[in-house]
Write a protein that binds this ligand. Structure first.
Ligand code: IMP
Length: 178
């Protein structure tokens, strides 16, 4: 099934499941080899739920923990430029070595907001891992430590990513067909 329809739009397969697995593997390996100690992974919901689960299964670092935050900056296929924190960090994370797990970094607005929130908590270190990165849309200077794949400015769905909250369950990543 190379094409699917979600609501009013047609999408075509862009990154098949097998390639996603390889990307996840390579991100997890890079994190494992980075020397980070006692990491607290912070997965950004909802989009990163599958990526976070799959990466975590491959993390071999001693005492790795995971927690979840929820923010949203998207409605439909266009960014609103607004990001709101919906669910935050409840435990004391001061002094922790954080690895943020993102599904996709587009403009970087969400990422910047997350970094600011984490810095207020006096964490020791922040590293960023994202499954997908859109370098041509990125407007920030924040260094991204681990990238699964850089992609053009296409709108993508599947493997956690949504179009108006649907499509997150798809095993492949699809892109909007023009
Ligand atoms: P940013 O703040 O512009 O970097 O956007 C980050 C968030 O927007 C991601 O965590 C996604 O939830 C959403 N997003 C950005 N690009 C896409 C896309 O192509 N498909 C689905 N969601 C996206």
């Amino acid at each position: 099934m190379n094409e699917i329809n979600l609501k009013d739009k047609t999408f075509e397969v862009f990154i098949p499941e097998t390639e996603i697995s390889a990307m996840v593997h390579s991100v997890a390996n890079a994190i494992n080899n980075s020397g980070i100690k006692n990491p607290l992974f912070i997965a950004v919901m909802n989009g990163a739920f599958l990526f976070a689960a799959d990466v975590m299964k491959k993390i071999t670092i001693h005492n790795a923990e995971i927690s979840f935050i929820k923010l949203s900056s998207y409605e439909g296929t266009e960014t609103t430029g607004e990001v709101s924190r919906l669910i935050g960090i409840e435990d004391n994370i001061s002094g922790r070595n954080i690895v943020v797990l993102e599904d996709i970094v587009d403009t970087g607005i969400t990422l910047e907001r997350i970094i600011k929130l984490l810095e207020k908590e006096n964490v020791a270190d922040i590293k960023i891992a994202t499954l997908l990165f859109k370098p041509n849309a990125y407007t920030k200077d924040i260094y991204i430590d681990f990238i699964g794949k850089s992609i053009p400015n296409d709108f993508v769905v599947g493997y956690g990513l949504d179009y108006d909250e649907i499509g997150r369950n798809l095993p492949h990543i699809y892109k909007l067909k023009n």
